[in-house]
Design a binder for this molecule. Structure first.
Ligand code: HEM
Length: 452
């Protein structure tokens, strides 16, 4: 006998606004509370939109994998500024168009291909450390943003980017700042008409467009055989022999630029925070790096032996997932976990609340890299931990990001200890990504000054 679809409950909310203000005031705590109070699936409302927050790995798998064809990206990614910025890039496009682009781009992210970028990652990190002075106080988040931007610029555009590095860097900072900090009411207003803020944003995007198109033009004129992502995308051909247009290349490059630097920077920034708070973990990390590398600079070939380093990164992404929530929109009435989801509803899946769920992680708020070696983690359902999403829309840059985070962490930890400034306020701010609102301040201690 068919069971009738279950009704879903959730916090009551206010007339018209629904749960908007509760969510907006403190999204991280609000979704944690919702998952504790209402279980696997929670119904929320904001204005005329209906939301379903999923708190069970099997339900997340249903949406991202098994029933992925019924869902498109959520409304949060369809704002005016998002459309202008990403166009029809990989992150935001849908259907057959997305599939074609994904097929064309995929080879540029193959493991062997990206291994070639390891040397750039280590070299840029070493240059940055050489500029640091022993004993100085630095905002390590700002440093990580600059570093990963430089790396993505060089691996995407190659040397063509260096001439414009400063302009591109500044413009991208402004763009991602405005893009990320929008939300709620300002986003609604932007969607109704271009606000003064939006017009400022538009100007910066135009400047970025000019630079990107110029780089594409130059590269088409002097193709050569380079091994950066742009040359691979330029050469990429679909089954029918067609190539990407300039507009499509622009959309993909802008998407990769933005999706590919802040998230990795955040992974590292949060890692420095938790390392600074856990000297016993930091000591084990130093020991591993010393025993595997000695004085030698890290390289991609060392990564399989830097296992503790990898567990530290993994655990830091569990507690502070840079993508803290992803969403989808149901294109038709459907059932998830036996519950009815109406067409047009937004489905939310939060790494922040799933990764802190005591049903899957014992002592969930403890930073404990060793948990990744324990039986418990081997039995973990697949979508209890999903920092890179999953299914066909899995992050295309996940191997790139893991390699980059591990290499940067090992390169810095080999040469420096970053001591957290005492009594600083650190607030995780959930905009599009999970950012440290006030930055993260550390004192640099160069390793020749102390022994592990
Ligand atoms: C630690 C770093 C990173 C994290 C946590 C992360 C997270 C994610 C997540 C969760 C998604 C899926 C979004 C969804 O399903 O709605 C995604 C998609 C994507 N990411 Fe990443 N990402 C990271 C690094 C990167 C890097 C380094 C690149 C490129 C160089 C990149 C490029 C992309 C692109 C293009 C997509 C869209 C893929 C598609 O839909 O086909 N990401 N990322």
């Amino acid at each position: 006998m068919m069971m009738p679809a279950q009704k879903v409950s959730g916090p009551k909310g206010k007339l018209l606004f629904g749960n908007y203000f509760e969510f907006d005031r403190d999204p991280l705590n609000f979704i944690l509370r919702c998952s504790q109070d209402y279980g696997d699936i929670v119904r929320l409302k904001a204005f005329n939109l209906e939301f379903y927050l999923l708190n069970h790995p099997d339900l997340i798998e249903e949406v991202l994998v098994t029933k992925n064809k019924i869902f498109i990206k959520d409304k949060g990614l369809k704002t005016r500024s998002s459309r202008r910025l990403f166009g029809q890039g990989l992150l935001t496009s849908e259907g057959d168009f997305w599939l074609r682009q994904r097929r064309l781009s995929q080879p540029a992210f193959h493991k062997e291909r990206i291994a070639g970028y390891g040397a750039v990652m280590v070299r840029d990190t070493t240059r940055m450390i050489n500029q640091w002075k022993n004993g100085e106080v630095r905002d390590i988040h700002a440093d990580m943003m600059r570093l990963t931007l430089g790396i993505v610029a060089e691996t995407l555009f190659g040397t063509d980017a260096t001439a414009n590095a400063e302009v591109v860097g500044n413009a991208l900072e402004i763009v991602s700042e405005q893009f990320s900090s929008q939300g709620g009411i300002s986003q609604l207003l932007d969607n109704l008409f271009p606000t003064p803020n939006y017009l400022k944003f538009e100007k910066v995007v135009q400047r970025l467009d000019e630079i990107i198109y110029q780089i594409i033009d130059q590269r088409r004129a002097h193709a050569g055989d380079r091994d950066d992502l742009l040359s691979l995308l330029l050469k990429a051909r679909d089954d029918d022999g067609s190539r990407m247009s300039d507009k499509q290349l622009r959309d993909e490059l802008m998407t990769l630029f933005l999706a590919g630097h802040e998230t990795t920077a955040l992974t590292l920034s949060w890692t420095w925070l938790v390392l600074g708070q856990h000297p016993e973990v930091e000591r084990k990390l130093f020991e591993e790096i010393e025993s595997v590398l000695g004085e030698r600079m890290p390289a991609v070939a060392d990564l399989p032996r830097l296992q503790y380093t990898d567990m530290v990164v993994k655990e830091s992404m569990r507690l502070y997932p840079p993508a803290w929530m992803i969403g989808r929109e149901a294109m038709e009435d459907c059932e998830i976990g036996g519950c009815r989801i109406p067409k047009g509803a937004q489905v939310l899946m939060s790494q922040w609340s799933m990764h802190r769920n005591p049903g899957y992680f014992s002592d969930p708020i403890r930073f404990h890299p060793e948990r990744w070696q324990m039986e418990e983690s081997k039995r973990l359902p697949k979508y209890a931990y999903f920092p890179f999403g999953g299914g066909p829309r899995l992050c295309i840059g996940n191997a790139f990001a893991m390699m980059e985070a591990n290499l940067i962490l090992a390169t810095i930890a080999q040469k420096c200890r970053l001591e957290l400034q005492p009594n600083q306020k650190i607030t995780p701010m959930p905009s599009i990504t999970l950012r440290p609102k006030e930055g993260i301040f550390v004192t640099v201690r160069k390793r020749q000054e102390f022994k592990v």
